[in-house]
Design a protein around this ligand. Structure first.
Ligand code: F6R
Length: 361
């Protein structure tokens, strides 16, 4: 049942305020400015002994994991990174007892992720799952973890599960941070930021008409560039994947800082750039990248917290805490991909060559 929407993707994009509300519900502990995640099976002593976090997932879940790694590093100050599970399992990785492994999967059935979990467990590692589907294979195989409570996602491409997975990582990062060295006041600041998310997502969803117009404007592009820096880079990766998957427009994502090391050669009016430009300590650096692109007559669509002078268009989104901005900045780009695909007459809920869950190698 699409509940009045034309596609499941549209329905699922619009469900995000409620979905985020669900992943937060019952987990926040205001007294200690922390969160409780029931099924982690990780006590305080174990949480304090973690030396690294390695996050594994595929596709959109891998991108959510990249943002998750950034959240864990900044809030819990544990070195963390994410890697495609499919790559990890084939490179005979060194499995380290002081590393916490986290497997991310919407369906909980993706074979490459499941195989990575099984290999890790065989080698004695501790593996947590960040999963949407309750009781799925990865959820059962993991030593513990947390459900992302996005509700069923029918569209082949992931939207609300991505957002909820990132929020679940924020909760995990806050939980680990408060056991380690994150202050009460920072804990409180992040909790307040998390609580603002549902209303801010609703606010972004009211901008759909404006985003639809922008989609019409850029739908003729043969290729698009997505750039971001540090927290913004995984947002660029995910937005570029979403555009490719449903519109079939070729897109690339680059760290803004890498432009001058090669991809700047591509910039010309026919290759528009979508730039993630949050109002944080990297704002001036990001603005410099916009200038470099403008100097080569590139068209720019910015997602930012204020109008960007060098951009042809700016989608202005509400500001949250710096650590949480990435969650909001991806949402208008889901709508951009959606309306671009609609404009091009694509089969949005069932893009060619793709399946909802990839249970084969
Ligand atoms: C993209 C998408 C895929 C999945 C990937 C992993 O929109 O949906 O990239 O994210 O196949 O699937 P899960 O999360 O079920 O393991």
């Amino acid at each position: 049942d699409m509940g009045g929407h034309d596609t499941y993707m549209h329905k699922e994009i619009c469900e995000q305020p409620d979905a985020v509300d669900r992943v937060l519900r019952g987990r926040i502990d205001d007294r200690f400015s922390t969160v409780h995640l029931g099924g982690l099976n990780l006590d305080a002593r174990e949480a304090r002994s973690i030396r690294r976090v390695k996050i594994l997932g595929c596709g959109t879940s891998y991108h959510a994991g990249l943002i998750g790694a950034g959240l864990i590093e900044s809030l819990a100050r544990i070195p963390a990174d994410a890697e495609p599970a499919s790559e990890f399992r084939y490179r005979n990785p060194v499995v380290d007892p002081d590393t916490l492994y986290v497997a991310v999967s919407q369906s909980g059935e993706t074979y490459d992720v499941l195989a990575a979990v099984q290999e890790l467990k065989r080698k004695g590692a501790r593996v947590l799952g960040v999963v949407n589907v309750v009781g799925s294979a990865i959820a059962r195989e993991a030593d513990g973890g947390t459900y992302v409570h996005a509700g069923p996602e029918v569209c082949v491409v992931s939207t609300k599960c991505f957002t909820n997975t990132v929020v679940a990582f924020a909760l995990l990062a806050l939980h680990l941070g408060r056991i380690r060295d994150l202050s009460v006041s920072d804990g409180k600041r992040i909790i307040e930021g998390l609580r603002r998310l549902p209303a801010q997502i609703s606010e972004i969803l009211t901008m759909e008409d404006e985003i639809k117009k922008l989609a019409k404007e850029y739908a003729d592009a043969k290729s698009m560039m997505f750039i971001g820096r540090v927290r913004g880079y995984p947002v660029a990766l995910e937005a570029s994947l979403k555009l490719k998957e449903i519109s079939y427009i070729h897109a690339e994502a680059y760290p803004a800082s890498e432009l001058k090391h090669g991809p700047l050669a591509l910039i010309e009016p026919a290759l528009p750039t979508v730039a993630i430009v949050p109002d944080d300590d990297l704002l001036e650096k990001n603005r410099a990248a916009l200038e470099e692109i403008k100097a080569r007559s590139g068209r720019i669509l910015a997602v930012a917290h204020q109008e960007q002078e060098k951009a042809d268009h700016t989608i202005v989104v509400p500001k949250n805490e710096d650590e949480l901005d990435a969650i909001l900045m991806g949402i208008p780009l889901q709508l951009l991909a959606y309306h671009t695909a609609l404009e091009l007459g694509r089969d949005i809920d069932k893009p060619r060559n793709l399946a909802k869950s990839v249970t084969v190698e």
